[in-house]
Design a protein around this ligand. Structure first.
Ligand code: AHM
Ligand code: MG
Length: 337
């Protein structure tokens, strides 16, 4: 029987894609893998270990934090700090970035931005959640204290990005700009194995994922698009099927495998939508493009946006290229009025 390649083996084998790399990125990806296993373990026994529920505090964006949000944040921050491959980290759960300045971080040239536990509203009801990460090379000189500018880079500068989906299986999916690969966790062995090589969006999609409860607040173009997706047209597989979990990682993963469109547009109550550009939109945009899809704010390529603050939000439209292009067309036509 052929044995699947482990994530560790795959990372080492693909290190040669980076001619001048000294292995730090490979080591960093291994650290993310380790922290992911630890968070996975906690999620699996959350109901027994009294780590479900809220902590009664809000994060910097005014959203209530769950115990698992903080646990996942602590596990990732401490694991990545201990290993010394990065010089700083920013997280959706932290007000500001953290600079790592110990001796082991002196030579580090990478920084990480992450959403340690995405889909928090699903934690207590046993629905899929995820971890999203994004890796950049610092722009300030190596050996100095990392600066805010290191974190405020456009998504097109990402060196690697990925997510861990804690679903029916736990799968780590990542890209270093050379395609997208997915690795399923075997809990008996404690390793991730390559299960989804070279993932590509199917040519056509017929799923749409949006919180339609916000319909009244959506811009006109999005409203028209939703109605168009619900129209009968056998030639283009419409009406499309609606699928929305409230966990971006789960909705993105499904749409990438089966073909579909994810939308979190702006509304009158949230002028730039809900999703965070740096922790959610950019990493997903990088993965989408590497899988042959597209990610847009309705007008611009997500990865071209120059961020001005850490917790900045952006409208997010992501999925099969053609579906995103149609969405942009609907939005464009309405803004001409
Ligand atoms: P979170 O990072 O606090 O969990 O928020 C992000 C999540 C996404 O995973 C999901 O797509 C979206 O928020 C769902 O929002 P809503 O409940 O408004 O539909
Ligand atoms: Mg999130």
């Amino acid at each position: 029987m052929e044995r699947h390649q482990t994530l560790g083996e795959f990372i080492i084998e693909n290190q040669k894609d980076f001619p001048y790399a000294k292995g730090e990125l490979s080591a960093l990806l291994s650290s993310i893998k380790l922290a992911g296993k630890m968070v996975n373990e906690s999620i699996n026994k959350a109901g027994l270990a009294q780590i479900l529920g809220k902590i009664g505090r809000e994060n910097v964006q005014g959203e209530s934090q769950a115990k698992l949000d903080l646990l996942a944040n602590d596990v990732f921050v401490s694991t990545l700090k201990n290993r010394g491959e990065i010089c700083g980290i920013a997280s959706e759960e932290l007000e500001d970035f953290i600079a790592f300045e110990d001796e082991i971080h002196k030579e580090a040239k990478y920084i990480v931005l992450m959403d340690p536990l995405d889909g928090s509203s699903n934690i207590d009801v046993d629905i899929t959640v995820g971890t999203i990460f994004s890796i950049y090379r610092r722009i300030s000189p190596v050996g100095t204290k990392v600066t805010k500018e290191d974190f405020l880079q456009p998504g097109k500068n990402q060196v690697a990005a990925g997510y861990i989906i804690y679903g029916t299986s736990t799968i780590l999916v990542y890209t270093t700009g050379n395609g997208v690969n997915g690795f399923t966790f075997d809990p008996g062995i404690g390793s991730f194995f390559l299960s989804h090589p070279s993932i590509k969006f199917p040519k056509e999609g017929c799923i749409y994922s949006v919180n339609e409860g916000n319909y009244i607040h959506f811009p006109k173009g999005i409203k028209k698009l939703i109605k168009w997706m619900q129209e009968l047209d056998n030639a283009s597989k419409r009406p499309y099927t609606a699928r929305y979990t409230g966990s971006l990682v789960a909705d993105f993963h499904r749409n990438m495998l089966l073909g579909g469109l994810y939308l979190y547009p702006q509304g009158t109550t949230s002028p730039k939508g809900k999703l965070r550009l740096l922790y959610e939109c950019n990493p997903m945009a990088f993965l989408a493009e590497q899988a042959g899809g597209k990610a847009s704010d309705g007008e611009n390529r997500i990865m071209e946006i120059i961020p001005s603050e850490l917790h900045e939000r952006a409208p997010f439209i992501c999925g099969n290229s053609e579906m995103v292009a149609i969405a942009e067309r609907f939005i464009g036509e309405m803004t001409k009025d």
